[in-house]
Design a protein around this ligand. Structure first.
Ligand code: AMP
Length: 279
C-alpha cells in the first residue's frame, strides 16, 4: 500500500494509472475509521482495479465553533485497517498541502444543500463540495463511494457530479449500525457510556416514526412523537424532518422516496441518523 501526502504526487499516480487502462475507486473519509468506512472500502474494492482512501479532516467544512481541533484522529490505526481491507493508496495531506494559503475558489450546490444539516451548519456543504471536487480532480476516480449515513451529503455530491459533468459514478453505500442500532460514527467516540445509551433513542424514534407514517399517511404526529422521544431521553433535537430524496423539499404526490432524517445533541456531541423509504 502506498501513502501520499502530496496532492501533485497523488494526481500524477492517478493520471498514470488511468493512462495504463486501470480503473480507480475513491473513498473520501476524515479518518478514525470504523466498520462503516470499511464497508465503503470493501464496495470500492469490488468495483475498481485501484482503491484510493483519502483521510483528511477538512477545515473548510467546520464552522469556527465546531469540533475541528478535537476531531478524533488515529492515523496508524487507519493505515492498518486500510491495509487489512486491501486498499492500494492512502491520500493523507496536511492542510497546507491540500489548500494553498490564498485559495479563493469554492464549489457550491445551492438547492439540496439548503435544509437539514445545511440549515444548521450553513457553511458545511460548500466545504464538502469544494474538497470533494478537488479530490475528484486529484484521484481521477471512475467510482466514488459515499455512505448513506450522510445521505444528504451523498445527494448533494450526486447533484454536483451531474451539474459539473465530473466523469465519476457515485456509489451510495448502506448505513452501518452497531448491533444495538446506533449509527456508527467517528463522533461516537465523544459519548460517555450514559450518553451512548440515551442516544439509541434517535434510531428508535426514527423507526417508530417510519412505522407510524407508513400506517397513518400523516407526518406531523409521527415527527412530534419522535422529537418527544429523543427529548425525553435527554437529547437536544436539532431537527427531525421528512423530505423528498430527489428534491429535498416536503414530499408531494410525485415523491418516490423520502428521507426521515434526525440530528440531535447528546451532551456536546451532535449525532445524525436517517431512514430512507418509499411512502
Ligand atoms: P466521515 O469520515 O465521517 O467524513 O465519513 C466518510 C464516509 O464514510 C462518508 O461517505 C460517510 O457517509 C461514510 N460513513 C460514515 N459512517 C458511516 C456508517 N455508519 N455507515 C456507512 N457509511 C458511513
Amino acid at each position: 500500500m502506498q501513502i501520499f501526502n502530496n496532492r501533485r504526487e497523488l494526481q500524477q499516480f492517478a493520471l498514470d494509472a488511468k493512462r495504463s487502462g486501470k480503473t480507480i475507486a475513491l473513498v473520501p473519509t476524515m479518518g478514525f475509521l470504523h466498520d462503516g468506512h470499511m464497508s465503503l472500502i470493501d464496495i470500492a474494492r469490488q468495483k475498481a482495479d485501484i482503491v484510493i482512501v483519502s483521510i483528511f479532516v477538512n477545515p473548510k467544512q467546520f464552522a469556527p465553533t465546531e469540533d475541528f481541533d478535537r476531531y478524533p484522529r488515529d492515523f496508524d490505526g487507519d493505515v492498518a485497517k486500510c491495509a487489512d481491507h486491501d486498499a492500494d493508496v492512502i491520500f493523507a495531506p496536511e492542510i497546507d498541502a491540500m489548500y494553498d494559503g490564498n485559495a479563493s475558489t469554492w464549489v457550491e450546490e445551492t438547492v439540496l444543500a439548503k435544509p437539514l444539516c445545511g440549515a444548521s451548519r450553513p457553511t458545511f456543504y460548500r466545504g464538502v463540495t469544494t474538497v470533494v471536487a478537488k479530490l475528484f480532480l486529484l484521484a481521477q476516480p471512475d467510482y466514488a463511494v459515499f455512505g448513506l449515513k450522510d445521505a444528504q451529503q451523498c445527494f448533494v455530491i450526486q447533484r454536483m457530479v451531474r451539474d459539473l459533468d465530473f466523469p465519476v459514478e457515485i456509489i451510495p453505500a448502506p448505513l452501518v449500525r452497531d448491533a444495538d442500532g446506533l449509527a456508527l460514527s467517528s463522533r461516537n467516540r465523544y459519548l460517555s457510556a450514559d450518553e451512548r445509551t440515551r442516544a439509541l433513542s434517535i434510531h428508535r424514534s426514527l423507526l417508530a416514526a417510519k412505522a407510524r407514517i407508513q400506517k397513518e399517511k400523516a407526518f406531523a404526529p409521527a415527527l412530534e412523537e419522535a422529537v418527544a422521544t429523543v427529548t425525553a431521553a435527554g437529547g437536544r433535537v436539532d431537527y427531525i424532518e421528512i423530505l423528498d430524496c430527489d428534491t429535498m423539499l416536503s414530499p408531494d404526490a410525485n415523491t418516490r422516496q423520502v428521507i426521515l432524517a434526525a440530528a440531535a445533541f447528546f451532551g456536546t456531541t451532535r449525532l445524525i441518523d436517517n431512514e430512507i423509504f418509499a411512502l
